[in-house]
Design a protein around this ligand. Sequence first.
Ligand code: AMP
Length: 174
Amino acid sequence: MSEDPLGRVLGLVRDVPDFPSPGILFRDITPVLADAEALTTVATELAALMGDADLVAGIEARGFLLGTAAALVGGTGVVPVRKAGKLPRVAASRSYDLEYGTATLELPEGVVAPGARVFVVDDVLATGGTGAATVDLLGAAGADVVGFAVLAELTALGGRARLAPLPVHALLAF
Ligand code: AMP
């Protein structure tokens, strides 16, 4: 019996209780990345959502992997949205709240052209703070953010609402 491709991807997401802190159920996508068929499914599904985007932004760190895979299939380049202190030249930075703690994200200087149509990719959408900070950063650079996609959305946390009216896509929902 053949399984549907996204069902197979779903079966590879690993639940890790109490990581990185007590009470958090971490959705570990590492087994999805390590599986050739699942990775192809995810890259193809994400690329199909890119529309007329001419650049993908991948959020550190698992968004780098998924974003690059989508960009390769979709025929665009990719820009990393990085945690603070990693980039040699910074266009802008934003601090935000996470499901577990706080963080700062930075956009590299000089790689996102004003007016670029950017599609944002990450692994998991939880509270939406990471996504909202990323969209804000890209907007500050003059980009036109055309969509936001994740492999998995934690629907109970309501992160999607923080990104409205941006189109938000999730391949899997938990
Ligand atoms: P948030 O800003 O709350 O939407 O959190 C999204 C970011 O935190 C993503 O980059 C995820 O990698 C990570 N994250 C938050 N919660 C989880 C979770 N339960 N499982 C896996 N990753 C998570």
